[in-house]
Design a protein around this ligand. Structure first.
Ligand code: PAF
Length: 288
């Protein structure tokens, strides 16, 4: 029995983490190491990833690291919520085995200069609007993989481009890691859980409830027979505008693996949106 409540151990240094994980691997040969990478401000979405990990009866390591190199906007980084104490309580409650909690200095030495770039997949969707973001993500994820050496890692489908990029990186760089995908967890209204929801004003929080409603509306139009991507996207713009959503960064309907735009929408395609409400940027997606 591996899990005990409140047995969470904190690994606050890369060197320490590497030593402990080597030992764990030696002592538990047939037990998988499962990594759930996060940037903290844990909500039910993260907790569902941990619950998914639990099904694999392994040693669960959650990382909390607000990765500066994936923020293309300095204010976004500055304002990123930090709820470390509450996060630790949640991890204890769930019986997580280890929390990897490194500092920025520990992860990025002063001469750091190497980046991992998944060249094509990062050109679409969020990548177009957040220069450098996905290089930052793939670099930190590969570093976490190298430090923790997991057999399994879990990522959420809300960041579906991130997920596609990480899956590609795992294949391209021959990493022996199984990637598990966690469902999008939503509030009752349908709003996708995000650490950034906390930063919305009351009014924008109300407006944000329509992001998912719009996606559902478009999917129902698709099911009724509308297959033109241009037409469906136009309908969504009109829907969002009628709900007070004016700043639409993108609406795209894409192939879920290549992320290339579909002109004629097919079952299995993904509609992905990025919306700005005030200064807060929210993303969501839905499968047709
Ligand atoms: O999805 C996130 O929280 C981050 O992008 C990740 C994967 C932890 C990398 O910093």
């Amino acid at each position: 029995m591996l899990k005990r409540k409140n047995s969470l151990k904190i690994l606050d240094k890369t060197s320490k983490a590497k030593i402990i994980i080597k030992k764990l691997k030696k002592e538990n040969k047939n037990i998988p190491i499962i990594l759930v990478p996060t940037m903290g401000a844990l909500h039910q979405g993260h907790l569902s990833l941990i619950k998914k990990a639990e099904k694999y009866n392994g040693i669960i390591i959650v990382s909390i690291f607000v990765n500066p190199i994936q923020f293309n906007d300095k204010n976004d980084l500055k304002n990123y919520p930090n709820t470390l104490r509450a996060d630790i309580e949640k991890l204890k409650e769930l019986g997580v085995d280890y929390l990897f909690l490194p500092t920025v200095k520990d992860i990025f030495n002063s001469s750091f200069q190497t980046t991992v770039s998944v060249n094509e997949l990062q050109k679409f969707l969020c990548g177009k609007h957040r220069p450098g973001h996905f290089n930052g993500v793939s670099t930190i994820v590969l570093k976490l993989f190298n430090i923790i050496n997991p057999d399994i890692a879990v990522f959420g489908r809300k960041d579906f481009q991130q997920l596609a990029i990480i899956k590609r990186m795992v294949i391209d760089l021959n990493l022996d890691i199984k990637i598990l995908e966690g469902e999008i967890i939503r509030e009752e209204s349908g709003l996708a859980l995000s650490s950034r929801n906390k930063l919305l004003t009351k009014k924008n929080y109300e407006i944000a409830q329509n992001i998912y409603q719009g996606l559902m509306f478009i999917r129902s139009e698709f099911k009724k027979g509308k297959k033109s991507s241009v037409q469906l996207k136009r309908l969504l713009v009109t829907f969002y505008q009628s709900k007070g959503i004016r700043n639409i960064e993108y609406i795209n309907i894409v192939d879920r693996n290549s992320l290339i735009d579909s002109k004629t929408v097919r079952t299995g395609n993904i509609i992905a949106v990025a919306i700005k409400l005030g200064k807060i940027r929210l993303i969501d997606n839905l499968k047709f």
